[in-house]
Design a protein around this ligand. Structure first.
Ligand SMILES: [Zn+2]
Length: 66
């Protein structure tokens, strides 16, 4: 993905208003505050809480690895 650094500076998490950091591998913008991961589609960040991937639960779960 190819995001404008100036764009990243003005973007903020719509949930908690924290800064976002790009995750190139996942093509996501990850909130540095609450940890929500927003998808980036065709180089356009989709800053919708409904579209965001929630951070995994810190308690026990069936998934392994990660
Ligand atoms: Zn957040």
């Amino acid at each position: 993905m190819n995001l404008d650094p100036l764009l990243l500076e003005i973007l903020a998490c719509p949930d908690c208003r924290a800064a976002l950091r790009p995750d190139e591998a996942a093509s996501e913008l990850v909130c540095t505050g609450c940890g929500l991961a927003y998808p980036v589609r065709e180089d356009i960040p989709v800053l919708l809480i409904d579209e965001a991937r929630r951070p995994g639960p810190s308690t026990s779960g069936p998934e392994d690895g990660g």
